[in-house]
Write a protein that binds this ligand. Sequence first.
Ligand code: PMT
Length: 400
Amino acid sequence: MLDDKKLNLLLCITGSIAAYKSVDLARLFIKNNFDVRVVMTEASKEFITPLTLQAISGHQVHENLLDTEAERAMGHIELAKWADLIVIAPCSAETISRLAQGRADDLLGAIILASEAQKFIAPAMNMNMWSNQTTQQNVEYLSSIGMDFIGPSKGEQACGDNCYGRMSEPVEIYETIILTQNKPLAGKKIIVTAGPTREQIDPVRFISNNSSGKMGFAMAEAALRSGAEVILITGPVSLSCSPKIKRLDVQTADEMYREAQSSMSDADIFIGCAAVADFKPAHENIQKIKKTDKDRLNIQLQKNIDIISSLAREYTDKRFMGFCAETESVEEHAKSKLIKKGLDFIVANDVSKSDIGFDSDYNEVSVFTDNSHQFFQKASKSLLAIQLVNLLSQDNQSLH
Ligand code: PMT
């Protein structure tokens, strides 16, 4: 619990099949010493009963804007003032739209307008409703006025679709909020590398790999939530990140190294999540290589600089977390890289598995230090990133 002060959390539930997960979310907060009150919209009651939430929270559930009983106990203004945090989970497309319009014709809308509490939104809806331009514009607007979106995640939905729109798991919502509140790495500067590098063979061909950047971007977002200043150096990917992250786009390993080197002197932690190409063509052809009658084409490769290893040897006062992508003997290779590269942590993932690692939204990792081994079971990359940033903050505390 944050500084041992019992925080007041207002959990708002809207109309979505994911409403059943709110019970677990409420439980998690209560178990961790939050005082939880619940607001339910009319539509949410089609999915879960107020009685369930009353039993879990130990308080009467708030349902109506104009309710004489509620006004005598806790009306919308009192609830708005009472809350230290407001979490809308699940938050439907309808509610997102109403919030963007500033509607105050139901209890939830009125509380959101009246409250100065920090507000978190965990969307849940069909994938097309989520990707719809109107919803995305509403999300962008609400984010710009300080509402903090958690998820949605990718996965199987109640309607049978499998894409973004699923409410994030309660534990992810909980851990994200705790990290955002506690900010254990405030004042620290963290450099994260992400994505593949691209080593040009000629103007139209290159050597690269399957890294999507998802793991590295998740690490950067988690580092930002932990209060750190974050520099994200990324190879070519099709992802966006928070405007609060300083993003540097690069193509090659050499460029990635140069950017990292120039930000390193006042950094505290380096996280190497990028899948850096180990080799680059020894000579880059200025013109496109022409097809000839020969069956073979020889391209000579030369070793790229090992970015994380060079930096770890030069900056011995900083902490280094490397990732390693393995397809066999994961533990053995990970431990050997930890030592060879001079790292403090190595995060090993088995990229031979198709449901984790490269381009998946999920991962499963083992973290090795010189005297410990910790396994993190399969979870979304965003949740894993939070768990890994928590590891870094424990390490940071133990150093002081
Ligand atoms: O991007 P995603 O699709 O989300 O996939 C995530 C991931 C699988 C790419 C990620 O989790 C991961 O494993 N990243 C590291 C991949 C890798 O390059 O592993 P490696 O074992 O080759 O390298 C070990 C470490 O050395 C890494 O920190 C790497 O960034 C670093 N390295 C490697 C080579 C090099 N020339 N310079 C480096 O700094």
